[in-house]
Design a protein around this ligand. Structure first.
Ligand code: FMN
Length: 420
């Protein structure tokens, strides 16, 4: 998959943005109200620091590991309150990397960008800087307009909690291994909920059997529809990567070793997205579970998955988290992506494994059903599986990333130029 780089660096955003919550929102709910920051020297965002920040940003999760983001740094793009030139770092969506089948609206693209944005601001906090993050309002074409702009307005030492989260960026990864039956402790669920709320989203951890059944049914339904869609299969195939060759390692997409545990035979209450083109999902409810759920699984899905039961005949019952927002604008989706990433990093700090299960979010009709299932709470933006992986299943392969120079453009007032 070739890299699509931004052709220009934004100079004067056409729309006035609004400020978003910061990672330490407990103490500073709105980044504009922080009062203990001391003014930063002019252009505190240096090219070196920006490279560090964008390197952390690209470690974020993204749908099918598409890494659909572009970053523009202008060392002197804006005037601060004292009319000093200051650097701005602008996040844009890379529309060329949008998945046209799974994600025609670009909602998962924006969620992925939100996760990268959270890593960026967290890294600035790790370096003792106080970022101001402006999220651009809706109505603009997100394929050409920026999603968010970061400036630095002062210095403020990182809190211990922010440090922990920032250090978890490199450790976090999607873990599709089967989870053992240990439940996620209530205090951990509480911390995950607070993490989402501090980024302006909500988090629901359904324990009510009826709601879990509804989630399972919607996930199974989505999975079945997608696996029987040739265009979906072709798109998965296009982003699937054979084992990396040392001479030409892949820098994006899904290596087999990262998704294999999801495709291995097992019986789970919640089906994982299948990444094997042409196959039926191994995680779909088998006859036993379908019967237990009181649903008739789609023809084929039940017999396929039901053939093999996980070791000991135990149905895997992972913890499940629904992350949502009250409204569903592009800004809400960006916020949901930040909240998702904060939840994923918090889970990593807590020693929990996670994997997104977004197949039911892909389809508008199913999203509506989720709204109904969650009592009209708002818009479910992401479903996460959370728990402790079986210790006897080896860790999965890590996914690759593009080089920072492929996604970062640097301008110094004399017009844009690629970094390098
Ligand atoms: C918006 C979004 C949706 C995702 N949906 C799924 C999914 O449905 N199933 C799955 O197994 N992984 C899903 N993922 C995980 C990505 O495949 C994963 O983040 C990517 O391959 C990079 O790997 P990493 O998370 O291990 O760094 C999703 C990630 C994001 C950000």
């Amino acid at each position: 998959m070739s890299t699509e780089a931004a052709q220009s660096v934004p100079r004067s955003p056409a729309a006035s943005p609004r400020t978003a919550p910061s990672p330490d929102a407990t103490t500073s709910p709105d980044a504009t109200t922080s009062s203990d920051a001391t003014p930063a020297p002019a252009a505190a965002l240096t090219p070196e620091l920006v490279r560090t920040v964008v390197t952390a940003a690209v470690a974020a999760p993204s749908i099918h590991n598409t890494q659909p983001w572009l970053w523009d740094f202008d060392a002197a793009a804006a005037l601060d309150e004292e009319q000093r030139r200051e650097g701005t770092l602008t996040l844009r969506a890379d529309a060329a990397r949008q998945l046209s089948v799974v994600d025609p609206e670009g909602r998962q693209l924006v969620l992925s960008c939100g996760a990268a944005l959270f890593n960026a601001r967290l890294t600035l906090r790790l370096h003792g800087l106080d970022p101001r993050v402006e999220v651009f309002p809706d109505g603009d074409d997100r394929r050409t307009m920026p999603l968010a702009r970061i400036t630095v307005r002062g210095r403020r030492p990182a809190q211990e909690r922010e440090r922990e989260l920032a250090l978890a960026i490199a450790r976090r990864h999607t873990d599709r291994r089967p989870f053992d039956p240990r439940p996620v402790p209530a205090d951990a669920v509480h911390r995950l909920r607070v993490a989402a709320e501090e980024q302006g989203a909500w988090l629901l951890a359904p324990t009510d059997p009826d709601l879990r059944i509804q989630v399972a049914v919607l996930l199974s339904r989505a999975d079945w529809i997608e696996r029987h869609n040739a265009a979906y299969q072709a798109e998965v195939a296009a982003w699937s990567r054979a084992p990396a060759s040392p001479s030409a390692p892949a820098s994006d997409g899904l290596p087999r070793g990262a998704v294999e545990p999801a495709d291995a035979p097992r019986q789970s209450e919640f089906p994982l997205r299948s990444f094997s083109p042409g196959s039926l999902s191994p995680g779909s409810p088998g006859p036993r579970l379908a019967e237990e759920l009181g649903v008739t699984a789609e023809p084929g899905a039940a017999t396929e998955a039901g053939g093999v039961v996980e070791a000991g005949g135990v149905v895997e019952r992972p913890g499940i988290l629904l992350i949502g927002t009250d409204a569903d604008t592009v800004a809400d989706r960006l916020r949901a992506g930040e909240a998702m990433q904060r939840v994923l990093l918090t889970a990593t700090v807590l020693g929990l494994a996670t994997s997104p299960m977004s197949q039911a979010i892909d389809m508008e009709g199913l999203r509506e059903k989720f709204r109904g299932a969650t009592g009209g709470l708002g818009h479910v933006q992401m479903i996460l599986r959370v728990g402790y992986p079986h210790s006897d299943v080896p860790p999965t392969a890590r996914t690759p990333r593009r080089d920072v120079d492929e996604v970062l453009r640097i301008a110094d007032g004399a017009g844009p130029r690629p970094h390098q």
